[in-house]
Design a protein around this ligand. Structure first.
Ligand SMILES: NC(=O)c1ccc[n+]([C@@H]2O[C@H](COP(=O)([O-])OP(=O)(O)OC[C@H]3O[C@@H](n4cnc5c(N)ncnc54)[C@H](OP(=O)(O)O)[C@@H]3O)[C@@H](O)[C@H]2O)c1
Length: 204
């Protein structure tokens, strides 16, 4: 098989990877986390959905970048950390780059994470960029013009939480995406549904 050629600055300008947010949020209080995990019991269907979505590439030789804060990275399971299609870019001022075999890059800000994905040495093999949380990482993405889509799992019910998803409703509108069905589902007695949002055009 022919080795992938490093891309030139010209081709990079023509092929900018999309930046997407992936999250699951409690409908009643915007909660996304509690302690060392999610506020709700395990949702098998959501796990399969979001791991598929955020690890998928259309070309098997390509990769996705996942951007996470340090806590979210530390709470990620080993199978997810080691997914072959994923380049893990973690925002932290305390983590060391060699501290895990699948920790590919440590940066100190969201902008630096996006810059690495778009302009770093591996830019030619990156098909998409996924923003995986937590709160400040999501907030940075919601305010970043390159971030066009938000894939949200809306979880119904009341669950205590200590980490919350920022307001996004004034910047994004709900769309239908043929690849995502928005039908209500249920696992472990908890109802949830998949929703897709797109950034509104700025009024000038
Ligand atoms: N429901 C969901 O979809 C979802 C998704 C992700 C996470 N979660 C939950 O959310 C919680 C974790 O989120 P969290 O908000 O507490 O933590 P987090 O963002 O994952 O990690 C916080 C740490 O990341 C670094 N960091 C994050 N944003 C930064 C920024 N903008 N600039 C510089 N450094 C930054 C800092 O690391 P240093 O201290 O090392 O400098 C900070 O202490 C967990 O409960 C997890 O289960 C839920």
């Amino acid at each position: 098989m022919e080795a992938r050629k490093p891309s030139s600055p010209d081709t990079d300008l023509n092929r900018v990877s999309p930046v997407n947010i992936c999250t699951a949020m409690c409908d009643s209080n915007r909660g996304i986390g509690l302690g060392e995990g999610f506020p709700w019991p395990s949702l098998k269907g959501d796990y399969e959905y979001y791991t598929g979505l955020t690890q998928r590439t259309s070309d098997p030789s390509m990769k996705v970048v996942q951007i996470k804060g340090r806590r979210t990275w530390m709470l990620t399971g080993e199978k997810e950390k080691d997914a072959a299609s994923v380049i893990n870019v973690i925002i932290s001022s305390t983590l060391r780059e060699g501290s895990h075999r699948s920790l590919h890059k440590v940066v100190t800000s969201f902008d630096e994470a996006v810059h690495y994905a778009v302009s770093g040495p591996r830019r030619g093999e990156i098909e998409a960029i996924w923003v995986m949380g937590g709160t400040h990482v999501y907030e940075n993405a919601i305010n970043h013009p390159m971030c066009q889509r938000l894939y949200l799992t809306r979880v119904f019910g009341t669950f205590d939480a200590d980490v919350f998803f920022p307001k996004f409703e004034e910047k994004f509108k709900k769309i239908s995406d043929l690849k995502v069905d928005g039908e209500p589902r249920e696992d472990n007695g908890v109802r949830y549904q998949f929703e897709v949002y797109e950034r509104l055009r700025e009024m000038v």
